[in-house]
Design a protein. Structure first.
Length: 255
């Protein structure tokens, strides 16, 4: 008979997960098994990991154009991916260029991505940074069945948090419980907001470990688009518009 393992943070359904699948590093699930207190547990003997009241949804595979697999969380009526995007391809398989040169980045009018500081070691933790042209491309940077949230959909998330006991603390509620230079969050819903920094429209990188920035698909002022920002020194979710040539993280929302 399969057993439940009681842990600390959120619940993961393993009903359709194979033994050799790598899931999410923050969940403690490792390749070829489930790690608990540094002891490997064969996933074929486990139904559910129960970790407090947060629920990571894995029953339906969320797969991007590269074949990377994501988990998701439900917050109110919305379902969000719980990791930053790491794909190098649109959903139709078209490659997205990796642009490392600063001057080239600053002149782009088409989609591109980069690692923070052009260092691939940042990818596994923070994901990639995409300009808005990639985030809004009709070929869809998100997995099939998912999309980059609109400005209004970001506002819906913020409003839900506000009316459900987190008013004025919406940002802290979404921040991860570790990884920030100061003032880690409470991550009440398992959204796992990490401070991946951003790439400015001149190609320069800023504020890893201090700031997390995520695109919306909505245009703002001329040549600008709306985004959301979490900051180490504030509890709120900032809404602002910035140059489409900036490089921000991307989260995806189920259609």
């Amino acid at each position: 008979m399969k057993n439940n393992i009681i842990l600390i943070f959120f619940a993961v359904s393993l009903s359709s997960i194979g033994q050799n699948m790598t899931l999410n590093q923050k969940s403690g699930l490792m390749k070829k098994g489930v790690v608990k207190n540094k002891k490997s547990v064969n996933s074929s003997s486990v139904d559910t990991l129960v970790l407090n009241r947060k629920t990571l949804i894995t029953s339906n595979k969320i797969t991007d154009g590269d074949g990377n697999i994501y988990t998701s969380v439900k917050i109110g009526t919305q379902e969000w991916t719980s990791e930053n995007l790491i794909t190098t391809k649109y959903a139709d398989g078209t490659p997205i260029p990796n642009v490392t040169d600063s001057s080239q980045w600053g002149n782009l009018t088409t989609g591109a991505w980069s690692y923070y500081n052009n260092n691939s070691q940042n990818d596994s933790t923070y994901g990639k940074l995409y300009n808005w042209h990639a985030a809004s491309d009709l070929r869809n940077v998100c997995p099939t069945g998912w999309h980059v949230p609109t400005d209004a959909e970001w506002t819906l998330l913020n409003d839900y948090l506000a009316v459900n006991g987190h008013r004025g603390m919406e940002g802290t509620t979404l921040k991860s419980t570790s990884g920030w230079s100061r003032n880690n969050g409470t991550d009440d819903y398992g959204w796992f907001g990490l401070p991946g920094g951003y790439r400015n429209n001149d190609g320069v990188f800023y504020f890893i470990a201090n700031v997390g920035s995520w695109w919306s698909s909505s245009e703002g002022k001329t040549n600008n688009s709306w985004y959301r920002l979490l900051n180490y020194n504030n509890d709120k979710v900032y809404r602002n518009s910035f140059s489409m040539r900036n490089g921000f993280s991307v989260r995806c929302l189920r259609n």
